[in-house]
Write a protein of this length. Structure first.
Length: 291
């Protein structure tokens, strides 16, 4: 990695993060009150995270899963075995760590993905082309983000991002990306928000990435002059709005995921574009909520 990839503050932050994580034998990436975030340590913790995902994606959002997943009441796919699973735990809950998991995110580094068949997002978007245009950069895919309803608070979201940021620094990641979803399988129901993204946040140039042609649904559903900006921002899902605040760009075209009953867009977030406000907030060494 060259110094052109990340600015000196971030490079120094990576070194500080490595030193701090080595000193912290617990592996905790951040804490706020009774909540803490870290990577799953055992198969039973991954199983518990899959149970959380089932509760959110299937029981709450009515996603369709294979019969075996339904029988086990777990959201499971082939990528689970090669990903790291970021957890948020509420240590005030009595029981083992598996009982304390209230939120999760799935993280897949480029080197691991390339050794195991590629990224999950490649089933919907031309991710391989994007990665190939940046051979000097390390990519990390974010996915399967979910939090139990009673924990959908600012504190939990901050800890998830604390974990992502600390993990990215530790592994010297240059670009984070992944699918983010609108509810429902009819893109036209989100014409205002999708059109806003198309006209105001589209990834361009060497960062351009498109939906697979056979799956692509246009996001250009309204002319720019017809968009009420305030209403458009209000119509964005909180996760996508949060990505945009960080400085993320959006891929060209939406994809309908019929199994999960969502309309997906691709988020592209180069580390160097993360706004100074948020780097200062979490710390260039991910130290704000450090364990």
């Amino acid at each position: 990695m060259t110094t052109e990839t990340l600015n000196p503050d971030i490079l120094a932050g990576q070194d500080a993060t490595l030193a701090r994580l080595k000193a912290d034998k617990s592996g905790v990436l951040g804490r706020i009150g009774t909540l803490e975030t870290r990577i799953a340590r055992t198969a039973s913790e991954v199983d518990a995270a899959q149970a959380i995902r089932y509760r959110v994606f299937v029981e709450e959002m009515h996603a369709q899963v294979p019969p075996e997943s339904a029988r086990k009441r777990r959201d499971i796919d082939a990528w689970d075995a090669i990903c790291d699973h970021l957890l948020v735990l509420d240590t005030a809950i009595e029981g083992d760590a598996e009982d304390q998991i209230v939120g999760t995110y799935r993280l897949l580094r480029q080197d691991v993905a390339m050794a195991n068949g590629g990224f999950y997002s490649s089933s919907e978007f031309e991710v391989a082309d994007l990665v190939a245009r940046h051979p000097d950069k390390r990519f990390m895919e974010l996915g399967r983000s979910c939090v139990l309803p009673q924990y959908r608070t600012k504190r939990t979201v901050e800890l998830l991002w604390q974990g992502n940021w600390a993990y990215a620094l530790k592994h010297r990641i240059d670009v984070m990306f992944g699918c983010a979803s609108f509810p429902g399988a009819v893109p036209e129901e989100h014409a205002l928000a999708l059109s806003y993204l198309h006209h105001n946040a589209l990834a361009k140039g060497r960062w351009r990435v498109e939906a697979l042609p056979e799956l692509e649904h246009s996001m250009d559903l309204m002319p720019a002059e017809a968009i009420n900006m305030r209403k458009a921002l209000a119509a964005l899902p909180p996760l996508i709005k949060g990505y945009l605040r960080l400085g993320a760009m959006i891929g060209e075209g939406a994809v309908v995921d019929r199994a999960f009953r969502t309309t997906d867009v691709l988020i592209v977030l180069p580390i160097h574009t993360i706004s100074e406000r948020y780097r200062n907030y979490y710390g260039n060494d991910a130290g704000r909520f450090a364990g």
